[in-house]
Every structure is written in C-alpha cells, then in structure tokens.
Design a protein around this ligand. Sequence first.
Ligand code: XIL
Length: 302
Amino acid sequence: AGTLGAAAAEKGRYFGAAVAANHLGEAPYASTLNTEFNSATPENEMKWDAVESTRNSFTYGPADQIVNHAQSRGMKVRGHTLVWHSQLPGWVGGLGAADLRTAMNNHITQVMQHYKGKIHSWDVVNEAFQDGSSGARRSSPFQDKLGNGFIEEAFRTARAADPAAKLCYNDYNTDGVNAKSNAVYNLVRDFKARGVPIDCVGFQSHFNSASPVPGDYRANLQRFADLGVDVQITELDIEGSGTAQANSYTTVVNACLGVSRCTGITVWGVTDKYSWRASGTPLLFDNNYAKKPAYNAVLTAL
Ligand code: XIL
C-alpha cells in the first residue's frame, strides 16, 4: 500500500495523526492528512478548557469540525481527553469535593454523549501518575479532592455514557518497564480483577535523545496486552532527523506490529511545521509537507 493508513489497514491497524482545527484550511495540511492517515485525534479541541471553559456551558465547534472532517473522509476519531490536570479551567480546581465529583461526571457524560458513536477510543484519564521512582499518583484537583478512586469513577461514568467506545488510560514515560509503567500496570490489573471497565492503554511515546525508544518497548506493550486490554501508541513523536530518526520510527512500528493487541499508532501532528515540540523536527512530514526518511521508514515497516 502506498499510504500510511492503507498500509496499517492491511495489518489490521489504524495510522492516525493529531489534528488542529485551525490548520484544516491550509490545503497541503488537509491533503496530507486526507491522503495518508485514517484516524484523527483532536490535538487540543476536546480538552476540558476547550469544551467546558465555563461550568455546564459546552463549546463543541472546533472539535466538531475535526470530527466532521474525519468522518466524511472515512477516518476514525480518537477522543482526547476527558479528565486531565492540564488545560483544565480554573473553576474546576476551585470546587469542593462533592461539587468536583458532580462536575467531573457531568463533563464526561456530556462530552461522550455529544460524540456518541463517533469515537473509537477515548482517553478517559490522562497522566494521573508521577514521573520517577515512586509510582505515586500526580497531584491534581481530582486526585487531591476525590482520592485514588477518581480514576475508577471516571471509567464507570464513561462506560455508562457511551458503552460502545473503547475506554483508555493514557500516559507518557510509561513506554518501557519502569516504576511509572508498573504503577499503571497495577491499576489496570486491579481494574480487570474487579470488573472496573477499561479497554485500552495509551502510550504517548514522546521520544528524544534524553528519552529514547526503550529497549523493552515491545515487551512492555505485550505485558499490558496480556492483562486483557488493547494497547495504542497515541502521541508518537521522535526528535531528531535523518537515519537515526527513521530507525527509531521503525523500532516503534515493529513494536506495535509485534503485539497483536496493539491496534494503532497516532503521530502527534501532521507536519513538523506545527509540532508542539517547537525546537524539534519530530514528525514524518517536514515544514513543506515533504516526506522525510522517517516517513519512508514507517511505510516500509508497516
Ligand atoms: C499538547 C498540544 O500538542 C499542544 O498544542 C498544547 O499546547 C499542549 O498540549 N500530552 C498530551 C497532549 O496528552 O494533550 C499534549 O498536547 C502533549 C503531551
């Protein structure tokens, strides 16, 4: 197959990109997206500050634009993200515990019902664990006021809101076996043991020279899959250039293809031109939408 999406589809997987609504009007941006990718993740448009900046007043325009663009071209959509400490409007952090619980469940329910039937997988909770060796939860309004049970509550609410959507836990620095991924592993194992709904784990996979593709990446994906969840590579980007970058992309694709429950890969942007990692060139298309060596490596590996 001659495109990323078609090649991934032949392997029973999707190949997606993070998409920003405000770039869809740029012809080469849209044509690259439309030609190469068969899944889209709104980069910012579904985050809490974008959809509910004022309590119980929901704004769906920019996210709808991406969903409509994707659906009308046969692409799947990943939902990102419902409960996260970042890009969270100030009013949420100002609530007391009882009110915060109500607001969290209302947010999940409203947003998921709006997109019911249109989202293949939702990042229900994003980045709830700390970096480093502790394996502890990260401080957030949800963690600090609702306690450890907030993740379970979010997933139960999400299942009720859209029973057909796959419900994912998503995080970074969990790509290899380490204290943080062990903490997520223990959470997922506990959920599966107790029947708490969870279907997938997202591995963001933001890599650079300080944080390269781990040698045990595939093994780590496999141990999660062995718990009975799908795994997805959700925000892939790899700083660097040329052959080294291309080789790292090959390693990532091979890791996913080596795990039958790795259902798809999303790169965190269409083009280096708009990467959130402004200092870098971490994606598959350069600033002029030309295919990079990394693109050819991915297509070859798929
Ligand atoms: C980033 C976006 O790419 C930026 O445009 C925004 O300014 C900040 O958030 N982990 C995540 C993503 O889960 O939502 C983040 O996206 C990158 C890190």
